[in-house]
Design a protein around this ligand. Sequence first.
Ligand SMILES: NC(=O)c1ccc[n+]([C@@H]2O[C@H](COP(=O)([O-])OP(=O)(O)OC[C@H]3O[C@@H](n4cnc5c(N)ncnc54)[C@H](O)[C@@H]3O)[C@@H](O)[C@H]2O)c1
Length: 328
Amino acid sequence: MIKKNNILITGGAGYIGSHIIEKLNQKKFNIIIFDNLITGYKKLINKKAIFIKGDIKNKKKLLKIINNFQIDSIIHLAAYLNISEAEKNKKKYFKNNVIGTLNLVHACKNSNVRNIIFSSSCSVYGNVKGSVDERKKLNPKSYYAFTKYKAEEIIKRFSKKYKYKYGILRYFNVAGASSSGKIGEIEKSHGHLIKNISIQSLKKKPIISIYGNNYDTKDGTCIRDYIHISDLVDAHIKTFEYINKKCKSLILNCGYGKGYSVLDIVKIFKKYNNQLTINYKNRRTGDVGMVQANVKKIKNILKWKPKYNNIDKIIKSSIKWEKKLKFN
Ligand SMILES: NC(=O)c1ccc[n+]([C@@H]2O[C@H](COP(=O)([O-])OP(=O)(O)OC[C@H]3O[C@@H](n4cnc5c(N)ncnc54)[C@H](O)[C@@H]3O)[C@@H](O)[C@H]2O)c1
C-alpha cells in the first residue's frame, strides 16, 4: 500500500486555505487543519480533513501535532492580515505572524517535515513602479509587510538546519471563489477591495470608500495585481509537486502581471450596480501606491498557466459567491 502524505495546513479554515484543501487530492493526503478560527470559519472546514482548533502561538501543541501525525509537509497560512490594524497593534501582529512562524519552524526540528510552503505577500516589495521580480531587494513599508518579511527570513534561515525545503509564495491580491460554489471569502475585516465592493454591489444604495486619490499613479488611486483564487491554488499544487520531485526550495510571485487601479475596479463594478457611490478618504497608513508582479519565473519553472486571468471573471466570481452568502 502507498503511504499517504500527512500534510499540516495552518490557517486551513480561512479563505485561501479552504480552497487549497478542496483541490488537494484527498486520496494522496491525510490533511490536518490547525486553526484558531479567529478569522476562519467552521463552514469552510473541509469534511474530509482532520480539524484541530489551536493557535500557532502554542509551540507545545504544534510540536505534539507534528510528531503525533508524523507530518511530512506544511502549508503555513495562519496570520493576521489587516494592514491598518497592524499599524496600530504591532505587538499583536509580531506575536502572531513572526513568533507564530518561529514556533512552527522550531517544531519541525527532528521531525519528518521535508517541505514548507509559506503564504507571503507582494507587500514585502514596498512601492514599485513597473513589474517586480523575485530578485528585487525587499522593502516592506507597512508593519504587516514587515511581519511577512521576517517570517520569510525565519523559514529560509532554518531550512538547512532542520532539513526541509521551502516554497515561499508571494501572493498579490487574491479574489474570487471556487467554481464548486461551496466556498469563498467570508471574513469582511481584512479591507480587501473586491470583497468590500462585492458586498456593496448587492445593496440598494452601495457606497465604496477609496483611501487616497493622490498617489503617483495614472488616476491617483492605488494599483494592484489581482489573482483568482483557483489559479493561486494551482500554483500551490505545482509548487508542492516541484519541491517534492526536485528537492529544491523556491520563491515565486503569484499574480498575473497586470495592474488595475481602484477606479478601474469601481468602473467594472458599476456594470453590475451603477448606483455605486464613491466616498474619498485619506490614505491608509501602510498602503503603497503600486505593486505589480513579474510572473516569468512561476511560468518558466512551474509551467503554471493561469485560467482565470481576466478581471471580469474574478469580479463575477466574487459577486456570485457574495450573493450565495447573502441569500442562502
Ligand atoms: N488574501 C490575500 O489577498 C492575501 C494576499 C497576500 C498574502 N496573504 C496571506 O495568505 C494567508 C491566508 O490569508 P486568507 O486571505 O486566507 O485570510 P483568512 O483570514 O481567511 O485566513 C487566515 C487563517 O489563519 C487563521 N489564524 C490566524 N492566526 C492564527 C493563529 N495564531 N493560529 C492558528 N490560526 C490562525 C485564521 O483563523 C484564518 O482561518 C495569510 O498568511 C495572508 O497573510 C493573503
